[in-house]
Design a protein around this ligand. Sequence first.
Ligand code: ZN
Ligand code: ZN
Length: 259
Amino acid sequence: MPDTISGERSSLKGSYPCTVPLDVHNHTYASGHAYSSLQEMVIAARDAGIEYFAITDHGPATPGACDPFYFRNYGIVPRLMYGVKVLMGSELNILDCEGNLDIDERLYPKLDIVLAGIHRVCWRGGSKSRNTEGVLSVMHNPRISVITHPGDGTAELDFEALVRCCRDSGTLLEINSSSMLPWRDKTEAIPNNKEIIRLCRATDTPLIMGSDAHISFDVGNCRYAKALLEEEGFPVELVLNYNPDLFFSFTGVRWRGEE
Ligand SMILES: [Zn+2]
Ligand SMILES: [Zn+2]
Protein backbone atom coordinates (compact mmCIF):
# COMPACT_ATOMS: atom_id res chain seq x y z
CA MET A 1 0.00 0.00 0.00
CA PRO A 2 1.57 3.32 -1.03
CA ASP A 3 1.96 6.11 1.46
CA THR A 4 0.14 8.69 -0.57
CA ILE A 5 -3.19 8.87 1.25
CA SER A 6 -2.21 11.54 3.75
CA GLY A 7 -0.61 13.59 0.98
CA GLU A 8 -3.81 13.49 -1.07
CA ARG A 9 -6.04 14.55 1.77
CA SER A 10 -5.62 18.30 1.79
CA SER A 11 -6.87 18.80 -1.76
CA LEU A 12 -10.05 16.78 -1.29
CA LYS A 13 -11.56 18.06 1.92
CA GLY A 14 -15.29 18.71 1.95
CA SER A 15 -18.52 16.87 1.21
CA TYR A 16 -18.89 14.29 -1.50
CA PRO A 17 -18.97 15.61 -5.07
CA CYS A 18 -22.00 14.68 -7.24
CA THR A 19 -19.93 13.25 -10.06
CA VAL A 20 -18.07 10.01 -9.48
CA PRO A 21 -14.96 10.11 -11.73
CA LEU A 22 -14.30 6.37 -11.46
CA ASP A 23 -16.92 3.60 -11.51
CA VAL A 24 -15.51 0.09 -11.83
CA HIS A 25 -18.52 -2.18 -11.32
CA ASN A 26 -20.92 -2.36 -14.29
CA HIS A 27 -22.68 -5.05 -16.31
CA THR A 28 -23.89 -5.36 -19.91
CA TYR A 29 -26.26 -7.77 -21.69
CA ALA A 30 -23.48 -10.32 -21.54
CA SER A 31 -24.12 -10.85 -17.83
CA GLY A 32 -27.47 -12.48 -18.65
CA HIS A 33 -29.62 -10.35 -16.33
CA ALA A 34 -28.54 -6.84 -17.37
CA TYR A 35 -30.20 -4.75 -20.03
CA SER A 36 -27.81 -2.48 -21.92
CA SER A 37 -25.08 -2.83 -24.51
CA LEU A 38 -21.43 -1.94 -24.04
CA GLN A 39 -21.86 1.21 -26.10
CA GLU A 40 -25.00 2.30 -24.26
CA MET A 41 -23.16 1.89 -20.97
CA VAL A 42 -20.12 3.88 -22.11
CA ILE A 43 -22.29 6.69 -23.52
CA ALA A 44 -24.09 6.84 -20.18
CA ALA A 45 -20.70 7.02 -18.46
CA ARG A 46 -19.71 9.94 -20.69
CA ASP A 47 -22.99 11.71 -19.88
CA ALA A 48 -22.44 11.12 -16.15
CA GLY A 49 -18.98 12.74 -16.33
CA ILE A 50 -17.12 9.52 -15.56
CA GLU A 51 -13.46 9.48 -16.54
CA TYR A 52 -12.59 5.83 -15.83
CA PHE A 53 -15.28 3.24 -16.44
CA ALA A 54 -15.03 -0.53 -16.08
CA ILE A 55 -17.28 -3.18 -17.58
CA THR A 56 -17.24 -6.17 -15.25
CA ASP A 57 -19.57 -8.80 -16.61
CA HIS A 58 -20.30 -11.75 -14.34
CA GLY A 59 -18.12 -14.84 -14.36
CA PRO A 60 -19.44 -18.00 -16.03
CA ALA A 61 -20.92 -19.60 -12.88
CA THR A 62 -23.72 -17.01 -12.85
CA PRO A 63 -26.80 -18.49 -14.55
CA GLY A 64 -27.17 -16.99 -18.02
CA ALA A 65 -23.74 -15.35 -18.00
CA CYS A 66 -21.49 -15.59 -21.00
CA ASP A 67 -19.00 -18.28 -21.91
CA PRO A 68 -15.36 -17.63 -20.88
CA PHE A 69 -14.69 -17.17 -24.58
CA TYR A 70 -16.36 -13.74 -24.29
CA PHE A 71 -13.46 -12.48 -22.18
CA ARG A 72 -10.85 -13.84 -24.57
CA ASN A 73 -11.90 -11.40 -27.26
CA TYR A 74 -11.61 -8.25 -25.12
CA GLY A 75 -8.59 -7.18 -27.18
CA ILE A 76 -10.89 -5.84 -29.90
CA VAL A 77 -12.63 -3.37 -27.59
CA PRO A 78 -11.21 0.19 -27.73
CA ARG A 79 -10.11 1.38 -24.31
CA LEU A 80 -11.01 4.97 -25.16
CA MET A 81 -14.62 5.39 -26.29
CA TYR A 82 -16.58 8.65 -26.52
CA GLY A 83 -13.83 10.27 -24.44
CA VAL A 84 -14.24 7.72 -21.61
CA LYS A 85 -11.28 5.63 -20.46
CA VAL A 86 -12.64 2.10 -20.46
CA LEU A 87 -11.40 -0.99 -18.62
CA MET A 88 -12.69 -4.41 -19.67
CA GLY A 89 -12.90 -6.81 -16.75
CA SER A 90 -15.08 -9.24 -14.88
CA GLU A 91 -16.84 -9.74 -11.57
CA LEU A 92 -15.93 -13.31 -10.78
CA ASN A 93 -17.84 -15.59 -8.43
CA ILE A 94 -16.23 -16.71 -5.18
CA LEU A 95 -17.45 -20.29 -5.18
CA ASP A 96 -16.51 -21.71 -1.78
CA CYS A 97 -14.59 -21.38 1.49
CA GLU A 98 -11.37 -22.31 -0.30
CA GLY A 99 -11.66 -19.13 -2.32
CA ASN A 100 -12.03 -20.88 -5.67
CA LEU A 101 -13.12 -18.61 -8.51
CA ASP A 102 -15.04 -19.40 -11.68
CA ILE A 103 -12.50 -18.63 -14.37
CA ASP A 104 -9.37 -20.31 -15.64
CA GLU A 105 -6.31 -18.41 -14.43
CA ARG A 106 -4.99 -18.33 -18.00
CA LEU A 107 -7.71 -15.80 -18.81
CA TYR A 108 -6.52 -13.21 -16.30
CA PRO A 109 -4.14 -11.46 -18.72
CA LYS A 110 -7.16 -10.69 -20.93
CA LEU A 111 -8.84 -8.76 -18.11
CA ASP A 112 -7.92 -5.16 -17.25
CA ILE A 113 -9.57 -5.41 -13.84
CA VAL A 114 -10.94 -8.32 -11.83
CA LEU A 115 -13.51 -8.02 -9.05
CA ALA A 116 -14.81 -10.98 -7.05
CA GLY A 117 -17.89 -11.44 -4.95
CA ILE A 118 -20.16 -13.97 -3.29
CA HIS A 119 -23.46 -14.61 -5.06
CA ARG A 120 -26.12 -16.82 -3.54
CA VAL A 121 -26.81 -18.76 -6.75
CA CYS A 122 -23.34 -20.28 -6.90
CA TRP A 123 -21.90 -20.16 -3.39
CA ARG A 124 -21.15 -23.10 -1.13
CA GLY A 125 -20.60 -21.43 2.22
CA GLY A 126 -19.80 -22.64 5.70
CA SER A 127 -19.24 -21.12 9.12
CA LYS A 128 -18.39 -17.45 9.53
CA SER A 129 -14.70 -18.24 9.99
CA ARG A 130 -14.57 -20.56 6.97
CA ASN A 131 -16.38 -18.00 4.80
CA THR A 132 -13.89 -15.38 5.94
CA GLU A 133 -10.95 -17.65 5.11
CA GLY A 134 -12.31 -18.04 1.59
CA VAL A 135 -12.64 -14.30 1.04
CA LEU A 136 -9.22 -13.62 2.58
CA SER A 137 -7.60 -16.05 0.19
CA VAL A 138 -9.29 -14.26 -2.73
CA MET A 139 -8.04 -10.91 -1.39
CA HIS A 140 -4.50 -12.27 -1.37
CA ASN A 141 -4.82 -13.24 -5.04
CA PRO A 142 -2.86 -10.42 -6.72
CA ARG A 143 -5.26 -10.38 -9.69
CA ILE A 144 -8.25 -9.42 -7.55
CA SER A 145 -8.68 -5.70 -6.91
CA VAL A 146 -12.11 -5.39 -5.30
CA ILE A 147 -14.35 -7.62 -3.20
CA THR A 148 -17.86 -6.74 -4.33
CA HIS A 149 -20.70 -6.27 -1.86
CA PRO A 150 -19.09 -8.04 1.13
CA GLY A 151 -21.77 -6.44 3.29
CA ASP A 152 -24.85 -7.65 1.45
CA GLY A 153 -25.57 -10.41 3.96
CA THR A 154 -25.21 -13.40 1.59
CA ALA A 155 -22.41 -14.87 3.70
CA GLU A 156 -21.57 -14.22 7.31
CA LEU A 157 -18.10 -12.64 7.36
CA ASP A 158 -15.62 -11.28 9.88
CA PHE A 159 -15.38 -7.72 8.58
CA GLU A 160 -12.56 -6.81 10.94
CA ALA A 161 -10.37 -9.50 9.40
CA LEU A 162 -11.27 -8.37 5.88
CA VAL A 163 -10.54 -4.71 6.61
CA ARG A 164 -7.19 -5.68 8.16
CA CYS A 165 -6.27 -7.48 4.94
CA CYS A 166 -6.97 -4.57 2.55
CA ARG A 167 -3.64 -2.78 2.75
CA ASP A 168 -1.46 -5.88 2.72
CA SER A 169 -3.27 -7.32 -0.26
CA GLY A 170 -3.95 -4.11 -2.21
CA THR A 171 -7.62 -5.13 -2.36
CA LEU A 172 -10.55 -2.83 -1.72
CA LEU A 173 -13.87 -3.63 -0.10
CA GLU A 174 -16.85 -2.26 -1.98
CA ILE A 175 -19.76 -0.37 -0.52
CA ASN A 176 -22.28 -1.54 -3.07
CA SER A 177 -25.04 0.95 -3.71
CA SER A 178 -27.39 -1.42 -5.50
CA SER A 179 -27.61 -3.92 -2.63
CA MET A 180 -29.11 -1.19 -0.45
CA LEU A 181 -32.00 -0.52 -2.84
CA PRO A 182 -35.14 -0.93 -0.73
CA TRP A 183 -36.83 -3.37 -3.15
CA ARG A 184 -33.92 -5.79 -2.97
CA ASP A 185 -34.84 -6.56 0.61
CA LYS A 186 -31.28 -7.20 1.75
CA THR A 187 -31.97 -6.31 5.34
CA GLU A 188 -28.41 -6.81 6.54
CA ALA A 189 -26.84 -4.60 3.87
CA ILE A 190 -27.11 -1.30 5.74
CA PRO A 191 -25.92 -2.47 9.18
CA ASN A 192 -23.14 -4.56 7.63
CA ASN A 193 -21.95 -1.71 5.41
CA LYS A 194 -22.01 0.63 8.40
CA GLU A 195 -19.75 -1.76 10.26
CA ILE A 196 -17.32 -1.95 7.32
CA ILE A 197 -17.30 1.85 7.01
CA ARG A 198 -16.61 2.31 10.73
CA LEU A 199 -13.80 -0.25 10.72
CA CYS A 200 -12.21 1.38 7.67
CA ARG A 201 -12.56 4.84 9.17
CA ALA A 202 -10.89 3.72 12.41
CA THR A 203 -7.92 2.31 10.49
CA ASP A 204 -7.67 4.87 7.64
CA THR A 205 -8.41 2.12 5.15
CA PRO A 206 -9.73 3.23 1.76
CA LEU A 207 -13.00 1.96 0.29
CA ILE A 208 -14.66 1.96 -3.08
CA MET A 209 -18.30 2.56 -3.97
CA GLY A 210 -19.92 0.46 -6.67
CA SER A 211 -22.97 1.41 -8.68
CA ASP A 212 -23.21 -2.23 -9.85
CA ALA A 213 -25.21 -0.85 -12.78
CA HIS A 214 -27.14 -3.48 -14.73
CA ILE A 215 -28.72 -0.90 -17.03
CA SER A 216 -27.35 2.29 -18.55
CA PHE A 217 -29.59 4.52 -16.44
CA ASP A 218 -27.76 3.40 -13.29
CA VAL A 219 -24.23 4.14 -14.49
CA GLY A 220 -22.48 6.20 -11.83
CA ASN A 221 -25.45 5.92 -9.49
CA CYS A 222 -23.88 5.40 -6.08
CA ARG A 223 -26.69 7.18 -4.26
CA TYR A 224 -27.18 4.76 -1.37
CA ALA A 225 -23.48 4.12 -0.83
CA LYS A 226 -22.74 7.82 -0.87
CA ALA A 227 -25.54 8.60 1.59
CA LEU A 228 -24.32 5.98 4.06
CA LEU A 229 -20.68 7.05 3.83
CA GLU A 230 -21.62 10.69 4.33
CA GLU A 231 -23.88 9.82 7.24
CA GLU A 232 -21.00 7.95 8.86
CA GLY A 233 -18.64 10.90 8.30
CA PHE A 234 -16.29 8.77 6.20
CA PRO A 235 -13.48 10.95 4.76
CA VAL A 236 -14.07 11.60 1.07
CA GLU A 237 -10.36 11.27 0.32
CA LEU A 238 -10.49 7.60 1.30
CA VAL A 239 -13.30 6.90 -1.19
CA LEU A 240 -11.18 5.98 -4.18
CA ASN A 241 -13.89 6.67 -6.77
CA TYR A 242 -12.92 10.30 -6.20
CA ASN A 243 -9.22 9.64 -6.44
CA PRO A 244 -8.41 7.53 -9.54
CA ASP A 245 -4.64 7.92 -9.15
CA LEU A 246 -4.77 6.41 -5.70
CA PHE A 247 -7.16 3.71 -6.91
CA PHE A 248 -4.62 2.65 -9.54
CA SER A 249 -1.63 2.78 -7.21
CA PHE A 250 -3.44 0.95 -4.39
CA THR A 251 -4.73 -1.90 -6.55
CA GLY A 252 -2.04 -2.09 -9.22
CA VAL A 253 -4.75 -1.91 -11.92
CA ARG A 254 -3.74 -0.13 -15.12
CA TRP A 255 -5.79 1.56 -17.81
CA ARG A 256 -4.53 -0.03 -21.00
CA GLY A 257 -5.47 2.77 -23.37
CA GLU A 258 -1.94 3.96 -23.80
CA GLU A 259 -0.46 0.57 -24.73
ZN1 ZN B 1 -25.61 -9.13 -11.63
ZN1 ZN C 1 -22.19 -9.00 -7.57
